[in-house]
Design a protein around this ligand. Structure first.
Ligand code: 13P
Ligand code: SF4
Length: 299
C-alpha cells in the first residue's frame, strides 16, 4: 500500500484531519485536508469537528491548535520541528518589558511558546499584525518576538512599538542582493515579500504579505511573473493554485525544521496516537484568550 493510501485509511479510522503549513514539502501539502498560513490554520483548528488533528508544521502552530481545542487530540508527528524564532523569546524578558512600560499592551506574534502567549494581551499573525495593533487601546505596544515584522508594522501604524530582537533565520537569508539578482534576470517579475524579511527587502518589495496573501496577490495581479520572498516550498502551492503564472524562489530560503514532517512520521503518529501535544492547563487557559481575541479580529 502507498503511504498516501495508508494515511487515508488511518484518517478514517481515527476521524482525523490533517492541517499543513504552506512550507511543508509538496507530498505533505498534497495529502493535507487544509494547507494555509498561520492564521488560516488556527481558524481551521478552531472549527474542525474531527476528533484528532494531525498538525504538519512547527511546534507553536500545533500548540495553538491544542490550546484552541483542549478536548481534542493534537498530534505533532515530529516534536523536533520547532521554530527557532519562537525559541528566542522568554517569559522573564517579557515581564521585564512590562515593568519598564506598564501602559503598553503586549502583542505576541503566534510564533511564540504557549508560556509567552500567556503573558500577552493579544496574538497576531503576519496577515493581521497592523489590524491587531490598531485595535488596542494603548498608544504603545510591546511586540514579541519578530523585530522585522514589528518594524514592518511600524511603517503602517501611529502607535509606538517596543520591539524584541528576534528574527527568522530563513527570512533573514533573503537579502536585498538576492532579490535584486532575481529581478535582473526577470525584470518584469513582481516582488512578493513576507514581513519577516529584513527592512531592505521590504523597501524594494511590490507586495508585503503573509504566505496566504501571496496566493491572493498572484491570483489578482495582471502580471505573470513573481519573485517569491519567503520559504521555497511556498512555490508548490502557488504553482498549484495559480498555474498560469511563473514563480521564482529565493535560493537557500529553506526552513529546515518544517521539513522534519514526513509521510512516515504522519503514519506512525496516527498508528500510535503519539507524539501528542500537551500544554499545561493553567498556561493554556491564559494563552487561549489572546489567541481567541486574534481570531475575532480576523484577517
Ligand atoms: P505565515 O503566517 O505567513 O504563513 O507565516 C508563518 C511563518 O512561520 C513564516 O515564517
Ligand atoms: Fe520559524 Fe522562520 Fe521557520 Fe517560519 S520560516 S517556522 S518563522 S524559522
Amino acid at each position: 500500500m502507498r503511504p498516501q493510501e495508508r494515511i487515508e485509511e488511518l484518517k478514517r479510522e481515527r476521524n482525523a484531519v490533517i492541517l499543513a503549513h504552506n512550507y511543508q514539502v509538496p507530498e505533505i501539502q498534497d495529502i493535507a485536508d487544509y494547507v494555509g498560513d498561520s492564521l488560516g490554520l488556527a481558524l481551521q483548528a478552531s472549527k474542525t469537528d474531527a476528533d484528532v488533528i494531525v498538525f504538519c508544521g512547527v511546534d507553536f502552530m500545533a500548540e495553538s491548535a491544542k490550546i484552541l481545542n483542549p478536548d481534542k487530540v493534537v498530534l505533532h508527528p515530529e516534536p523536533m520541528a520547532k521554530c527557532p524564532m519562537a525559541a528566542m523569546c522568554t517569559v522573564d524578558g517579557i515581564k521585564m518589558l512590562k515593568k519598564d512600560f506598564p501602559k503598553a499592551d503586549v502583542v505576541a506574534y503566534v510564533n511564540t511558546s504557549a508560556e509567552c502567549k500567556a503573558e500577552a494581551d493579544v496574538c497576531c499573525t503576519s496577515s493581521n499584525a497592523v489590524k491587531v495593533i490598531d485595535s488596542l487601546e494603548s498608544d504603545i505596544v510591546i511586540f514579541i518576538p519578530d523585530e522585522n515584522l514589528a518594524s514592518c508594522s511600524q511603517r503602517e501604524t501611529d502607535k509606538g512599538i517596543i520591539m524584541w530582537p528576534g528574527y527568522c533565520p530563513t527570512h533573514d537569508s533573503i537579502t536585498k542582493e538576492k532579490i535584486e539578482a532575481l529581478k535582473k534576470e526577470h525584470p518584469d517579475a513582481v516582488i512578493l515579500a513576507h514581513p519577516e524579511c529584513p527592512p531592505e527587502v521590504i523597501d524594494i518589495a511590490d507586495f508585503v504579505c503573509s504566505t496566504e496573501g501571496m496566493i491572493s496577490a498572484a491570483r489578482s495581479s495582471d502580471k505573470t511573473e513573481f519573485i517569491v520572498g519567503t520559504e521555497t516550498d511556498m512555490i508548490h502551492r502557488l504553482t498549484k493554485e495559480v498555474p498560469d503564472k511563473t514563480f521564482y524562489p529565493v535560493k537557500g530560503a529553506v526552513c529546515p525544521t518544517m521539513k522534519l514532517i514526513t509521510l512516515d512520521n504522519i503514519i506512525s503518529a496516527l498508528e500510535n496516537m503519539a507524539p501528542e501535544i500537551v500544554v499545561d492547563e493553567e498556561i493554556a487557559a491564559r494563552a487561549r484568550e489572546p489567541l481567541r481575541r486574534m481570531l475575532e479580529i480576523g484577517r
